[in-house]
Design a protein around this ligand. Structure first.
Ligand SMILES: Cc1ncc(C[n+]2csc(CCOP(=O)(O)OP(=O)(O)O)c2C)c(N)n1
Ligand SMILES: [Mg+2]
Length: 325
């Protein structure tokens, strides 16, 4: 991790965002275990460096296409933690008045164009936002996050082709966590790196260590600059891993198929703990200063849990408002 090239404030910012994502989801997992939330949640734990590094390279008015694993994308964009937590519990103070829940969590006020239950659904949506930016000359860059498995969807290829042909200001970010539910991407795809698919569209395809926030940030910065300068899209593949199963109800036994210690090996590379260690080792901040950051985040998280728990559910009479059907 190249923390030596960074200032204290920026490193503390990265750490605060990543620690907040982790703590937010630990509370979501508790909600699930206590039966406080409806449905399931797809946790981003382990992948925090990806959204943090990418979103740090964006401007306030830029757009994000998010996935079913979207909590981290919202936190990275500075979404309101109270409204996020309330949405998870289906409360009317939530971002979608409690009707989206975990999988459809979104924050239009932070440029998040929606999370998607349809794998690969976010890719053409972000591409459309990039097209709007070009057409209206409004200057926004659109980022589409996606899983490794989404790159085997037609939407991925259709979108990259169009974005490359029209030089759209779009950045495509693959969160390669090795799995699509229980399917190992290495068993269903003939190239070890997914970023090589960029060659088919003659755009840059970059592989980065998705456990290193500085590596992700630097790749994203170049891609965003390229997009903003009218030079077209970039495909960035971040190699990462999810700590939990596909969702909170998945024991993920399939992870031992290739290596008994696969999960443990990746957990040793924890992006949050390793960033903390790197900051302290490089003497960019002291342990006490980082503990103070953790304490501040903890207070925010506890306040959000209280806010969500004490908020009301939407009224039954509102069942048909804010929905398309
Ligand atoms: C079009 C479509 N096909 C299949 C599914 C079922 N499904 C939900 S998540 C998922 C795996 C997604 O894997 P990946 O894109 O790698 O994202 P990850 O869950 O690993 O973040 C699948 C197959 C779906 N929701 N939509
Ligand atoms: Mg995956």
């Amino acid at each position: 991790m190249k923390v030596k090239n960074y200032g204290k404030e920026q490193l503390i910012g990265f750490y605060e965002t990543m620690y907040k994502m982790r703590r937010f989801e630990e509370e979501v997992f508790e909600f699930y275990k206590k039966g406080m939330m409806a449905g399931l949640a797809h946790l981003y734990m382990g992948e925090e460096a990806v959204a943090t590094g990418v979103c740090a390279a964006l401007a306030e008015h830029d757009y994000i296409g998010s996935t079913h694993r979207g909590h981290g994308h919202l936190v990275a964009r500075g979404a309101d933690i109270d409204r996020m937590m309330a949405e998870i519990l289906g409360k009317k103070t939530g971002y979608s008045n409690g009707k989206g829940g975990s999988m459809h969590i979104m924050a239009m006020d932070r440029g998040i164009l929606g999370a998607n239950g349809i794998v690969g659904g976010e890719i053409p949506i972000a591409t459309g936002a990039a097209y709007k930016s070009l057409y209206k000359k409004s200057g926004e860059v659109a980022v589409s996050f996606m899983g490794d498995s989404a790159t085997n969807e037609g939407t991925f290829h259709e979108s990259l082709n169009m974005a490359a042909a029209w030089k759209l200001p779009c950045v495509y970010v693959i969160e390669n966590n090795l799995y699509g539910i229980s399917v190992d991407i290495r068993d269903v795809t003939n190239t070890p790196d997914l970023a090589v698919r960029a060659k088919a569209y003659d755009i840059p395809g970059i592989v980065v260590d998705g456990m290193d926030v500085t590596a992700v940030y630097e790749a994203a910065q170049k891609a965003v600059e390229r997009a903003r300068n009218g030079e077209g899209p970039t495909l960035i593949e971040c190699k990462t891993y999810r700590w939990q199963g596909h969702h909170v109800g998945d024991p993920a036994t399939y992870r031992k198929r290739k290596s008994e210690t696969e999960k443990e090996d990746w957990m040793e590379r924890c992006p949050v703990a390793n960033l903390k260690k790197a900051i302290i080792d490089a003497k960019k901040a002291t342990e006490e200063e980082l503990l103070a950051v953790e304490e501040k985040v903890e207070q925010e998280i506890q306040a959000a849990v209280k806010f969500a728990a004490e908020s009301e559910y939407p009224d039954a009479a509102e069942a048909y408002t804010d929905v398309f059907a």
